[in-house]
Every structure is written in structure tokens, then in C-alpha cells.
Design a protein around this ligand. Structure first.
Ligand code: SAM
Length: 256
């Protein structure tokens, strides 16, 4: 009787451990689950990803895609229509972008997840804007850090977000005509940005150097994570999916 009792405990703790791991995985990867839904919903025809690493997010794309990263470590299967550029995003935009579909086609969707320093993410955003139309969906990663420590400007091992969150604040402050939706994905949130006009590109580019300097300082920081959340008002994943479904319900991505 005693033996049976012990083995029951063993089974149930193993089951609990397994369930815990599943939940942990689900939480940890929820941004990828969200991105999967976005691809399914928008069915973009053109996609750009800055910061690819092993391809975990790029593999979600089934359309003509470009991936840029100075150090690929691809372990996922990518669709046949993906072009990879092993270089920094700055070099890609300066030297190679024009030899891709970007020479004559605007982006339907872009995911910015490269170097986690605000001035780099801001430059990535400006470069993406250059190839965007009004209904392009631009997604910025790492805008809701889980602690102040991981926002350091010195690179940390593990879950480092750097100070990318400042870019979201800068854009909300300087380009209020764009539409923003922060999403509470694990591990560090996403910002959905639509409605960018050519005038935004002109205005932001005109002041680009000065804005990059300002980003390095404290002007776009928050006093606390509470203040950050109050400013960004992150939405649940379900809410964000409904928001996108409403926004793109007419299939407005197609044919532009
Ligand atoms: C967080 S990982 C990307 C993860 C990937 N998007 C995903 O979700 O699976 C960030 C990547 O940015 C790349 N990176 C670093 N500096 C970069 C730069 N200047 N331009 C583009 N990518 C850069 C790194 O090599 C790294 O692979």
C-alpha cells in the first residue's frame, strides 16, 4: 500500500512538472504565438525581419521575405522565398536593400528585433518607414521590459531588452498621427505601429541625428515600470488580435 502511495505522488509531481514546463514555454514564447496569428490574419505578401538569430520568428512567414542579421544561427525551416543578408541592418539598408523586392515593392509587414539599443532600433524604424505604405504593419519588439535591470545600455546575457522601449515613447510623442497598440506578449511586449505617412519619414529623418542623441539620454526613460505601462497601456493578446482583425478586415493590405 505504501509503495502505491509513493508512486502516485511520483506520477502527479511529474505531471505537474510537465504542465509547468508547458505553461512556462507558452508564456515565454507567446510573442511568437502572437506573430503566428498576425501572419495568418494579414497574409502579408512582403515581409522584412531585422534580427533573425535562429529563425524562430522568420519561419512564421510564408511570403516573399528578407531576413537581416550579422550572425545567423538558423535552425528553423524557412520558406523558399526568403532572402538572408548576413550583415548589420545599417549596412543592409545602405548597400543591399535596392537589390531586393524593396526596389519596387513596399512592405506589408516588418518586425524590428535587431540590436537592442534605442538609437539602432530608431534607425531601423526610419529605414523600414522608407519602404512602408500607410497600412504597413511595423512591429517593434522589447518595448515592455520586465525589470529595470534588463533595460541597461550595456549588453547583458539572457533576456536583455536594452532601452528600445524609449523608441516607442519617442514615436508616440513626436508622431501622434501614427496608430500605436502595445501588446502584452511575453517576454517583453510588442508595439504595433500603423498609419505612418511620408510626412513622418520627412520629419523624423530631418531630426534623426539629434533624436538619436536624445534617445541615449534620459528624456524618453520612465521613472518606473508602472509609469511605462500607464503610458503604453499594453493590451491583451486577444484584444490586439481583435484590433488587427478590425483594422485589416477589408483586406486592405492587398493590391497596394
Ligand atoms: C533577439 S535576437 C532576434 C530573435 C528573433 N527575431 C526571434 O524572435 O526568434 C536579436 C538578433 O539581432 C541581431 N543583431 C545584432 N545587431 C544587429 C544589427 N546591427 N543589425 C541587425 N541585427 C542585429 C543579433 O545577432 C541577434 O541574432
Amino acid at each position: 500500500m505504501q509503495v502505491v502511495f509513493v508512486s502516485l505522488i511520483a506520477i502527479s509531481s511529474e505531471t505537474l512538472y510537465h504542465q509547468g514546463m508547458q505553461l512556462e514555454k507558452k508564456l515565454r514564447y507567446s510573442y511568437q504565438e502572437f506573430l503566428r496569428s498576425v501572419h495568418a490574419l494579414l497574409k502579408p505578401e512582403t515581409y522584412l525581419e531585422i534580427g533573425v538569430r535562429d529563425g524562430s520568428s522568420l519561419c512564421l512567414s510564408s511570403c516573399a521575405s528578407i531576413g537581416v542579421d550579422p550572425r545567423f544561427n538558423i535552425s528553423k525551416e524557412l520558406n523558399d522565398n526568403v532572402r538572408l543578408f548576413e550583415m548589420t541592418s545599417d549596412t543592409f539598408f545602405e548597400e543591399r536593400a535596392k537589390e531586393t523586392f524593396l526596389a519596387n515593392t513596399k512592405l506589408d509587414m516588418a518586425f524590428i528585433d535587431g540590436l537592442h539599443l534605442s538609437e539602432f532600433a530608431f534607425r531601423d524604424f526610419l529605414n523600414v518607414l522608407h519602404y512602408s505604405k500607410e497600412d504597413t504593419l511595423i512591429i517593434l519588439d522589447d518595448i515592455i521590459p520586465s525589470s529595470i535591470e534588463i533595460t541597461a545600455r550595456e549588453k547583458l546575457r539572457g533576456g536583455w531588452t536594452g532601452d528600445v522601449y524609449k523608441v516607442a515613447r519617442l514615436l508616440k510623442t513626436l508622431s501622434p498621427q501614427m496608430e500605436f497598440c502595445a501588446v502584452d506578449t511575453k517576454p517583453s511586449g510588442l508595439m504595433l505601429i500603423t498609419g505612418a505617412h511620408a510626412s513622418d519619414l520627412i520629419e523624423l529623418s530631418k531630426n534623426s541625428e539629434g533624436l538619436q542623441e536624445r534617445l541615449k539620454g534620459h528624456e524618453f526613460s520612465y521613472a518606473s515600470l508602472d509609469e511605462l505601462r500607464q503610458n503604453l497601456l499594453p493590451q491583451s493578446i486577444d484584444h490586439a488580435k481583435k484590433y488587427l482583425a478590425r483594422k485589416y478586415s477589408s483586406g486592405s493590405l492587398k493590391g497596394q
